[in-house]
Design a protein around this ligand. Structure first.
Ligand code: FPP
Length: 256
């Protein structure tokens, strides 16, 4: 890598608030089981936590919040649970789209939407269209999403461009690949929060998390409150993000 600081990734500005936060919302099932409730009750409580955290991120000036709502692998869950989750997604979008719009939130979905019902596909498109020009928080909902799927679809598009002669293999570099991902127009992920006690990425934003700070908490997603978000942000603010550089270089870059 070049030693010219001009060519190195930008260091997030000093407020300590991450620009792009991604969340693996884990623990809904266990939250429900601990209360002798069926798993869907946990997912419904998870939607309340989504509402709280979207509002809190907006208030704190986060630019992008990406939520892992349904992974490529979640299709293998029992049919009934998949259908509950799809229905919850549809009803939440129907119910919340106008409120999100009033609050200047821009909604985006990433993932393989070809597997959704037509009704859900239409609802997603409508929410995206309604909020497209909003300038506040960008809420990215990852549904039927997998990091490997994202990289594979980027590779397929690059191969097609090479095949039809519009791209020379020599032109394939990191920024070209990045531009082919579902997250192409979003800033890099600064902070990943995973609730529910596991310390895994679980095929979320594989490329995009390259330099993210990873924060794991045992709190189950339905229990996750604004105060927990602040704990994560405080922890993040104390991290030294070097992007491969030394601490001494960072001192020079921030003084430049
Ligand atoms: C993981 O918990 C959670 C999910 C697979 C679903 C999360 C989805 C929501 C909260 C709905 C979001 C809706 C919108 C519109 C953003 P788990 O079931 O794996 O929990 P467990 O590990 O305790 O079993």
């Amino acid at each position: 890598m070049s030693s010219n600081p001009e060519q190195l990734p930008a260091i997030a500005a000093g407020s300590g608030v991450p620009r792009h936060v991604a969340v693996v919302m884990d623990g809904n099932g266990r939250w429900a089981q601990a209360r002798f409730l069926p798993r869907p009750a946990g997912h419904r409580a998870g939607v309340d936590a989504v509402r709280r955290i979207v509002e809190a991120c907006g208030r704190r000036g986060v630019k992008v919040l990406t939520l892992f709502a349904f992974s490529s692998e979640n299709w293998t869950r029992p049919e009934e649970e998949v259908s509950v989750l799809m229905d919850l997604m549809l009803r939440t979008l129907e119910k919340e789209a106008s409120r999100l719009h009033e609050n200047n939130v821009r909604v985006r979905m990433i993932g393989d939407r070809s597997r959704f019902s037509h009704r859900l596909q239409r609802q997603i498109a409508a929410a995206e269209e309604l909020t497209a020009d909003n300038t506040g928080l960008t809420l990215v909902i990852a549904v039927s999403y997998g990091g490997r799927w994202d990289l594979a679809q980027a590779a397929r598009r690059i191969a097609e461009a090479v095949q039809d002669g519009s791209l020379d293999p020599e032109q394939v570099n990191e920024s070209l690949v990045e531009g082919m991902l579902n997250t192409a127009d979003l800033p890099p992920t600064d902070l990943l929060i995973r609730t529910g006690g596991e310390s895994r990425i679980s095929n979320f934003l594989l490329w995009q998390l390259a330099y993210a700070e990873l924060y794991f908490t045992p709190v189950l997603w339905p229990d996750f409150r604004e105060a927990h978000l602040d704990e994560a942000f405080d922890w993040y603010a104390g991290r030294e993000r070097r992007f491969g550089r030394t601490s001494e270089q960072l001192g020079r870059v921030s003084r430049a």
